[in-house]
Ligand binder design. Structure first.
Ligand code: B12
Ligand code: SF4
Length: 463
């Protein structure tokens, strides 16, 4: 039995347009979900994982599979449907799962033979068994999986050439920020894999650098922090010799023992959602966690950096409190906090979030011709109507934010700081130049987008 597991591309995502760049391999991330599904697949299936971000193959020249499994973020849905249509025309059954299939099940069901909602671990073997007997059901629900004891992902199946491997050690987040799908999708309960399993899986990863995809590697409660410390101790003991990058909430900075252990275990960078420079903005997004204890962000960032760990911060533009000038305000806040990199994104109503419900009820979602418009849901396009910012002004705010933070003098100052603090100067340089390049591309992309979309924005009533 032959199985194709496919990660569809999105032609609007910059990584594709700069494929020629040699830095591209730092920008294409492994589709861990497909590697996890492959790990759950019995040996009678011959598996190929096709990551279209690495190149779209000529499917017609490949042998016909017995089953196609497609994953998709919302922004990949259009391409997912094209791929599904191709194989269905050839009478190959297509099953789709992942976040978009879960949040937009009816839409996916119309375009595929079978939909899997929720997490795959508990249900994928059943799907394969039904496919083998030619009796796929229209819908399966994996719910929330028990992950304390799951097989390792298949790290051997993807082509070499990725700069980073990928691994997951926990799932779920109790914080439920209004714009984020994680609590709705993975649940509010913080679930942890066994430390032994994680260390063994780390040993299977070929790449020296690894992205730990957990939404919050250290969690929020004392028992989560204790587990993270034990995990780091086990990683040190196993002498993994990996440099890894992860996501966490700002409380990562509050425990020096945790920071020391993380650094010793190979942590070289941490991605933190700061979201807004104002406490009003944080409350609007329900990111109350960031305003607890009158936090001094600059001191927290410095504390993390003292352990040789880079801090990448993410901010959102387009909140109700955001007025003209917000782009520069964010860039200045990010510089003042001392961030090594800044990732600013447009407030985007992703399906299944509270923000989606709110914006939909208020008639503010402008790009709502679905599924075609899903390709713009990359958080790099303004897809809604924002309270104090028109489509022109919000785009200008994004550009001004990027131009300010990624000006050459500021980049040089940061790299000097990285060199001085022995914090990954090479990665920081690549990161800064790649974000700068992105912001130049965004400038062209947004100008073309505005020309193309003006009519649609003008048709929607003003707030
Ligand atoms: C790592 C990550 C990335 C990596 C992607 C790596 C990759 N190629 O997959 C990077 C950094 C590139 C990335 C980019 C983006 N991301 Co992202 N990312 C994540 C993150 C943190 C973890 C995903 C992951 O690997 N999980 C581990 C795997 C094992 O879990 P899983 O993917 O859910 O897969 C399980 C199930 O879904 C299911 N399943 C999945 N696929 C399939 C397929 C079949 C056939 C079956 C049966 C089952 C199944 O089984 C799996 C095992 O249980 C999630 C948050 C999250 N918790 O999901 C956000 C998340 C997926 N990202 C999100 C977003 C918005 C983006 C971006 C659009 C914007 C951005 N800048 O962040 C871009 C997308 C760019 C594009 N290509 O269009 C949103 C997606 C929401 C949505 N409705 O689409 C999420 C949920 C975060 C959020 N804030 O809400 N991301
Ligand atoms: S943004 Fe981060 S902290 Fe907020 S719900 Fe999502 S994963 Fe949790």
């Amino acid at each position: 039995m032959r199985l194709y597991l496919i990660n569809p591309s999105n032609s609007l995502v910059n990584i594709l347009r700069i494929r020629e760049s040699r830095w591209n391999r730092y920008r294409v991330w492994k589709p861990l979900n497909l590697m996890v599904l492959a790990g759950l697949t019995p040996p009678e299936w011959e598996i190929s994982i096709i990551d279209e971000n690495f190149g779209v193959p000529d499917y017609s020249s490949m042998p016909l599979p017995d089953l196609v499994g497609i994953t998709a973020f919302t922004s990949q849905a259009n391409r997912a449907y094209e791929v599904a249509a191709h194989f269905r025309r050839l009478c190959v059954p297509v099953v789709m799962g992942g976040i978009h299939a879960t949040m937009c099940m009816d839409e996916v069901m119309e375009r595929t033979d079978s939909v899997v909602t929720g997490e795959g671990e508990g249900i994928w073997p059943q799907v394969l068994e039904d496919a083998r007997h030619g009796c796929l059901k229209r819908r399966y629900d994996g719910g929330l999986a028990e992950i304390s004891n799951i097989p390792a992902a298949r790290h051997d199946l993807l082509a070499t050439g990725y700069a980073f491997g990928a691994i997951q050690t926990t799932r779920g987040c109790p914080l439920n920020c209004s714009f984020c799908s994680v609590t709705a999708f993975n649940g509010p309960h913080y679930r942890m894999r066994s430390i032994g399993d994680v260390v063994r899986e780390f040993q299977l990863i070929r790449e020296k650098r690894v992205l730990v995809v957990d939404d919050n590697l250290v969690g929020t409660r004392p028992e989560h922090i204790a587990r993270a410390k034990n995990l780091f101790r086990a990683m040190v003991k196993a002498k993994l010799k990996k440099k890894w990058f992860a996501q966490a909430t700002i409380n990562f900075a509050d425990d020096e023992e945790l920071l020391a252990l993380a650094a010793k275990a190979g942590c070289r960078g941490i991605f933190i959602g700061f979201e807004s420079p104002s406490s009003k903005g944080l409350r609007e997004l329900s990111k109350k966690f960031n305003v607890l204890k009158d936090r001094d962000f600059r001191a927290s960032v410095r504390c993390i950096q003292r352990y040789g760990i880079m801090v990448v911060g993410s901010f959102i533009i387009g909140l109700e409190v955001d007025e003209p000038g917000i782009g520069e305000r964010i860039a200045k806040a990010a510089s003042q906090y001392g961030l090594d990199n800044l990732n600013a994104l447009f407030l985007t109503p992703l399906p299944g979030t509270r923000l989606w419900d709110q914006m939909k009820a208020e008639g503010r979602i402008v790009l709502d011709t679905f599924p075609e418009d899903w390709k713009y849901y990359t958080l790099t396009y303004p897809v809604a109507r924002y309270k104090h910012l028109t489509i022109d002004s919000i785009s200008d705010e994004m550009l001004s934010c990027d131009r300010t933070f990624y000006s050459l003098p500021r980049i040089l100052r940061r790299i000097w700081g990285n060199l001085w603090g022995r914090r990954q100067p090479l990665i920081s340089l690549v990161g800064n130049l790649s974000f700068r390049k992105n912001s130049q591309l965004n400038c062209e992309t947004l100008a073309a987008f505005k020309r193309h979309m003006d009519n649609r924005y003008n048709c929607v009533k003003k707030l």
